[in-house]
Ligand binder design. Structure first.
Ligand SMILES: *[C@@H]1O[C@H](CO)[C@@H](O)[C@H](O)[C@H]1NC(C)=O
Ligand SMILES: *[C@@H]1O[C@H](CO)[C@@H](O)[C@H](O)[C@H]1NC(C)=O
Length: 433
């Protein structure tokens, strides 16, 4: 099973506690028209991950980064030299001399209570990050150029801090993504998104659209946020603060309540599948099993693609073949009555290589997620998901992820289709249409 759960469970930046308080001098408030868009490549099955290509350094070199809203720190496999680097599409990044030092506010910005004092302010800033699937990266913080192209074609060249990871571990049972590192899009200070916002370059808003057929797009800024049709729910600041949490929800299957309420929900693009806590998982499986009775669909115990698969009288070719059998699963949020997150079959089933329909919602208690309910890539299929850190809200709307949404009804928003915009692949198709 190719999957990953990039939800940060532990971050330690070995940092000095700085005297006095740090507040980043925001250079200017970025305008509404300062968005960056990336083409996303990948799929839930069989690959198990989605990545973007990010250019880093001077001269810039391309790196494939797994997009992860479940953690903050961006890191690349790094040659300082590499103690343990995993197989990757590009050579490990070679840092320049620009190390983040122990007295740098970014090194100190760690909210971890037991961070170590550094011996000298000029010491390097070490980090260690561990994910829920027991993968980890150990390294030091460095700074380098991140050239980014706005959708109007202009290029910004910020210097951003990120991790140079020289020791990566993966759990023996995991097949790690074939990428050079992770793009951390969480809500913490070290996140690339927060750094770009502090530099006055983009709004503190990130969104993704992951296609059920694979691929899609990722954006920073609010230009691609649809002007209507988005369901917004407030982020929960009390519960699982480090993550994009939406508070608690009640689980419905096919419009009927499961009776299970108070499920803490976290959105995590770094997780391939969705994970429900044991009670919710049990209720879900029993309701789905009940619903398919008498519909000539049977459990396929011989298919090990995922823990629970179903077969029909002949192999399924696509989700369309089971759409009338499997009902939508809905999460109804306690804090915002009208905010319902609906998962149609393409948001919780995959069709395995053997032509069975397999449940892409797994038992989180089995992988140690305890009571967190993690909404992963499979459930984001064919939706645009927006994490607005400025308004502290998360939004979603159905979308065709092969196409950019209409931007405020402007036929050529931000001069997107002017000659200089057309060298961004995803815009070419958009402009040609
Ligand atoms: C493109 O947008 C950026 C960010 O808002 C702005 O700084 C730049 O001047 C714009 N460039 C053009 C050519 O409009
Ligand atoms: C889910 O996992 C927990 C912990 O391993 C286990 O006790 C429980 O039986 C599992 N539930 C189902 C329905 O498989």
């Amino acid at each position: 099973m190719h999957s990953r759960i990039n939800l940060i469970v532990y971050l330690l930046l070995i940092a000095a506690l700085i005297q006095g308080s740090y507040s980043a001098a925001k250079q200017s408030t970025p305008g509404d028209r300062s968005s960056v868009v990336f083409q996303v490549t990948g799929n839930v099955y069989p690959k198990g991950y989605y990545h973007v290509t990010v250019n880093i350094g001077n001269p810039p070199r391309p790196y494939w980064l797994d997009i992860d809203t479940g953690s903050d720190l961006t890191w690349l496999q790094c040659d300082v030299p590499c103690v343990k680097c995993l197989p990757a599409p590009h050579k490990p990044y070679k840092p320049n001399k620009d190390l983040v030092t122990c007295n740098d506010p970014l090194c100190a910005s760690v909210h971890w209570p037991d961070s170590l004092d550094c011996k000298s302010p000029k010491d390097q800033c070490d980090y260690e990050v561990q994910y829920a699937d027991h993968g980890s990266s150990l390294g030091l913080l460095v700074k380098d150029w991140f050239p980014l192209q706005y959708i109007n074609g202009s290029v910004a060249k910020p210097r951003l801090a990120f991790g140079c990871g020289y020791n990566q571990e993966v759990h023996a049972s995991m097949d790690p993504p074939y990428t050079d590192g992770i793009l951390g899009l969480g809500l913490g200070k070290t996140s690339i998104l927060n750094q770009l916002n502090e530099l006055g370059l983009t709004r503190n808003v990130v969104g993704h659209c992951l296609g059920a057929q694979g691929d899609g797009f990722l954006f920073f800024g609010n230009e691609l946020v649809p002007s209507s049709g988005v369901i917004w729910a407030p982020m929960s600041t009390t519960e699982i603060e480090k993550h994009y949490s939406l508070g608690t929800a009640e689980l419905y299957v096919g419009g009927k309540t499961s009776g299970i309420k108070g499920l803490p929900i976290v959105f995590d693009s770094g997780s391939t599948y969705t994970y429900f806590s044991a009670d919710a998982y049990k209720a879900l499986v029993s309701m789905l099993t009940n619903d398919i009775k008498g519909k000539k669909i049977y459990t396929a115990n011989d298919d090990k693609s995922l823990p629970l698969c179903w077969k029909g009288s002949k192999p399924f070719k696509s989700i369309q073949d089971v759409k009338n059998v499997f009902k939508p699963i809905t999460l109804s949020f306690a804090k915002s009555k009208y905010a319902r997150f609906q998962m149609d079959p393409e948001a919780y089933l995959i069709i395995s290589e053997r032509g069975n329909a397999c449940l892409g919602i797994l038992n989180g208690s089995e992988v140690g997620l305890e009571n967190i309910n993690l909404i992963g890539d499979i459930s984001f299929h064919d939706k645009i998901i927006i994490y607005d850190n400025e308004k502290q809200q998360i939004g979603w709307a159905p979308a065709n992820c092969k196409k950019l949404p209409n931007i405020n009804e402007d036929p050529d928003p931000g001069g997107l289709c002017k000659p200089y915009g057309s060298n961004i692949d995803i815009l070419q198709a958009y402009c040609a249409a």
